[in-house]
Design a protein around this ligand. Structure first.
Ligand SMILES: C[S@@+](CC[C@H](N)C(=O)[O-])C[C@H]1O[C@@H](n2cnc3c(N)ncnc32)[C@H](O)[C@@H]1O
Length: 282
């Protein structure tokens, strides 16, 4: 195991407080690798001197950069496949039935990174547009990181990124090629509202959603943080709504507000007995 640098306790506490990220001693090796480029960018010759600066005076932009560098932003189009199939084949038809009076569908991607997840959902909604005439569909996509949100809102992806999970047919239909990169078309881009939001915030201000994707972010939190986040998410989800977590995440031992839906790993409904949108998945 790499030896803990003297600055480790300060950085560990700062990351926990700002984003909920738990850095265990086994992950110490990541500190140097990820923070050295930040130190150089800010004019320091080593991580130690950058952290000394953070300790001695409040430097918000440096603290934000350190936090962002330690977060993992890995994402891909149609990640894990099943959530998107369930959304298209079961949840969307069910919503069209249940919300026919309101004619509104609201989806939240809470920790959307560079946008592959909300764009995957937007492509599905676009392809189902014939069934959604006269409906209002909203996708709110949030992340703690302004840097990834800026990228997400631009909707420009590398060849490598579009090769991961995105069927060629969808690439041709929804993107235009610009030299080395691929640009998502404006009609898809305009279906999503990108907003900066920290899941640790006390108040969740975006109203109620029919579907929430909160995938591959809880894994970085400790139990107490996961539990607080899940309680707040529970209040934002309609009583018959569905929550998607990452395939390696679970609510077991964290909250009793949600119940796993059998067929799809990572699919959850409220535990209060209300007939859920997910009934047909079970
Ligand atoms: C691994 S990515 C997951 C992206 C996407 N949901 C997926 O599954 O492909 C995790 C994202 O969570 C964001 N994140 C980390 N801590 C957060 C917090 N406290 N509030 C909101 N977003 C956070 C990171 O910035 C990062 O973009």
């Amino acid at each position: 195991m790499t030896q803990e640098p003297a600055y480790f306790p300060f950085v560990r506490d700062m990351l926990m407080q700002r984003s909920g990220l738990v850095v265990t001693p086994e992950k110490v090796y990541l500190l140097e690798t990820r923070l050295l480029p930040v130190a150089h960018r800010h004019g320091f010759n080593c991580v130690d001197s950058m952290i000394s600066e953070l300790k001695s005076c409040h430097n918000e932009s440096l603290a934000v950069d350190v936090t962002e560098a330690m977060n993992t932003h890995e994402s891909l189009f149609f990640r894990d496949d099943i959530p998107f199939k369930l959304f298209k084949d079961i949840l969307l038809p069910e919503l069209l039935e249940r919300r026919r009076a309101k004619k509104t569908i609201r989806i939240w991607c809470a920790a959307c990174s560079s946008g592959q997840e909300p764009y995957s959902l937007a492509m599905i909604l676009n392809e189902e547009a014939h069934r959604l005439r006269g409906w209002k569909t909203e996708i709110v996509a949030t992340d703690i990181s302004n840097a990834v949100l800026t990228r997400a809102a631009q909707g420009t992806f590398t060849q490598f990124e579009v090769q991961r999970g995105l069927p060629v047919k969808k690439l041709i239909q929804h993107f235009t090629q610009e030299e080395e990169s691929w640009q998502i078309k404006k009609n898809i881009r305009d279906m999503i509202q990108f907003r900066q939001f920290n899941l640790l915030d006390a108040r969740y201000l975006f109203g109620k959603f029919d579907i929430i994707f909160c995938r591959n972010v809880l894994i970085y939190f400790d139990l107490a943080t996961k539990s607080k986040v899940m309680t707040k998410i529970s209040r934002c989800l309609e009583k018959d709504g569905v929550l998607f977590l990452g395939s390696s995440e679970s609510t077991i031992g964290i909250t009793q507000d949600f119940w796993p839906v059998k067929a799809g790993r990572g699919v959850y409904k409220h535990t209060d007995g209300c007939p859920s949108l997910a009934e047909k998945i079970e």
